[in-house]
Each structure stands twice: as C-alpha cells, then as structure tokens.
Design a protein around this ligand. Structure first.
Ligand SMILES: Nc1ncnc2c1ncn2[C@@H]1O[C@H](COP(=O)(O)OP(=O)(O)OP(=O)(O)O)[C@@H](O)[C@H]1O
Ligand SMILES: [Mg+2]
Length: 254
C-alpha cells in the first residue's frame, strides 16, 4: 500500500495529560481521510504536530517519504493547511490576503487566481475580507490551503460554522479535489454523517487514542457485526465513543 502520511505512536503530553496518545495513522496517497472524534479528542493537536506547529512528546511521522523533524521545511512546502478558523487582514481584499501567503511561500503570481477559481471565489477576489460572509471566509481559508496546489491538504473542520448549504458546497469542493489535481486530503470533523459522504478512509479518535482505522466499507462491516445497521454509522460512532469512555472510567477507578 502506498501511504503518503504515516505516524508512529505519535504522542503529545501537556504535563501528565496525554492529548494525543500513541496514535499510528496510515493515510493512503490520493485518498480523502476523515479524522473523526468528539470535542477534545486530539484531532487539532495531531494536525498541528504534522504541520510542525507543536512538537511531539514522543513518536514520529513521515510525510511523502520525509521524516520529521529532519525534513521539516520540505514537508511544509508540500502541505496546504486550514487549522481552526483562519484569520485574515480585514481591510485587505481576498486576493490581497492570498497574495501575502503566496509571497511567503515563494509561489508564482498566477497561483492566487487559480486558488480563487478552485473555491469558486473568483468574482469576489477584489472584495474586502471584512465584507465576506462566513462561508466566503471559509472558502478563502481553503483557497489559502490550495495555493500552489500542494499534494497534501490538512483541513481542520473546514465546514465549522457553515449553514447546511455552505456545508454541502464545501463538501462537494473537497470531494472533487483529488480528481481535480492529484492530492491527498486529511480532514477532521465531529460528525461521521458528514465525513462519510466524502471520505474513503476513516480514523476515529477519542481522548487521544485511535479507536478505529480503516475504509468506510470496513467501518460498515464493523457496524453490522456490532448490531448496528450499515446505514446508521453515526449511532455506531457515538456508541464506540461511549463504550470507550465507560472503559476509561473503569480503568481510572482501579
Ligand atoms: N496548549 C495546550 N495546553 C494544554 N492542553 C491543551 C493544549 N492544547 C490542547 N490541549 C488539550 O488537548 C486536548 C485535545 O485538544 P484538541 O484541540 O486537539 O482537540 P480536538 O479533537 O481538536 O477538539 P475540537 O473538536 O473541540 O476541536 C483537549 O483536552 C485540550 O484541552
Ligand atoms: Mg479541533
């Protein structure tokens, strides 16, 4: 199997608290990998480690054959990211905001128009960012991640705060990306029902630990074996998290 991102027992501790605990991920090249977990599961922390924004306490990872921390700069050149809510200069236009990121990355000028086009913002590129709707700001954030069409995209809840039609639009856009150009997408979410509409593979995280990793089909098989219907994966996901929480509480009492 051709994996583009692998993590090996990746761990992040804040004092004695393990936000990410021995997580080993295997992300296939060209796939959309849904990284799922409730609030505080450790999704953003994992993504921040992959982006070099926070240092692992233990473990290691490889991105496109490059090993962290040795190849940190070359890793960053290959990854476009959207972490939590991206911030912009309110008094600059969408286009100007993207141009700042483009210059930092040393990319050609044509990248800005290309990224605006990819996210469907071409006609609003000259509008001030402060006049963008929430959905347009999310799109601008995605455009920032897509500058230069990087082979890997790390998107932390890109549909956060959007209305149902905004969620639908962004989901379709993300789903289309590996077909538009050859890329791999790691995307986080709280909701399996949302992620199952676009992801090929799923990783489920709870309290820093990986509870499941596999394809959507494997998850459906798992659901059937656990007595859930394959068309209601959300219930199985919630039950998986609940069971894990009960186990953790029992372990804590011992
Ligand atoms: N700098 C920090 N210092 C201490 N604890 C932290 C720090 N950053 C994150 N944490 C803790 O690590 C845990 C995981 O946080 P993280 O933001 O990775 O979760 P998440 O899965 O992204 O959650 P959400 O879905 O709410 O975004 C949480 O308990 C959080 O409070
Ligand atoms: Mg988060």
């Amino acid at each position: 199997m051709d994996y583009i991102i692998t993590t090996e027992r990746l761990t992040k501790k804040y004092k004695s608290f393990a936000a990410v605990n021995n997580v080993s991920l295997n992300i296939r090249k060209g796939s959309i990998y849904g990284f799922l977990g409730p609030n505080g599961a450790g999704k953003s922390t994992t993504m921040k480690m992959l982006l070099g924004l926070t240092t692992p306490t233990k473990g290691s990872f490889t991105i496109d054959g490059k090993q962290f921390p040795n190849d940190r700069i070359s890793i960053l050149k290959e990854v476009g990211s959207f972490i939590e809510s991206p911030s912009f200069y309110a008094n600059l236009t969408g286009e100007e905001n993207l141009d700042i990121i483009r210059r930092i990355l040393g990319l050609p000028g044509s990248c800005v128009a290309d990224a605006l086009e990819l996210v469907g913002l071409s006609e609003f590129g000259r509008r001030l960012a402060k006049k963008y709707s929430l959905g347009m700001k999310q799109r601008l954030g995605l455009a920032g991640a897509l500058l230069g069409r990087p082979p890997i995209l790390i998107l932390d809840e890109p549909t956060n705060g959007l209305d149902p039609s905004g969620i639908h639009e962004i989901r379709n856009l993300i789903k289309s990306l590996p077909g538009l150009y050859d890329c791999t997408v790691l995307i986080s979410s709280h909701m399996l029902s949302e992620i199952e509409l676009m992801a090929d593979d799923i990783g489920i995280l709870n309290h820093g630990r990986l509870l499941f990793e596999g394809s959507l089909d494997e998850l459906r098989q798992n659901a059937l074996q656990s007595g859930f219907t394959a068309d209601n994966l959300e219930d199985m996901f919630l039950s998986m998290v609940d069971k894990d929480n009960v186990k953790r509480k029992q372990r804590a009492k011992l």
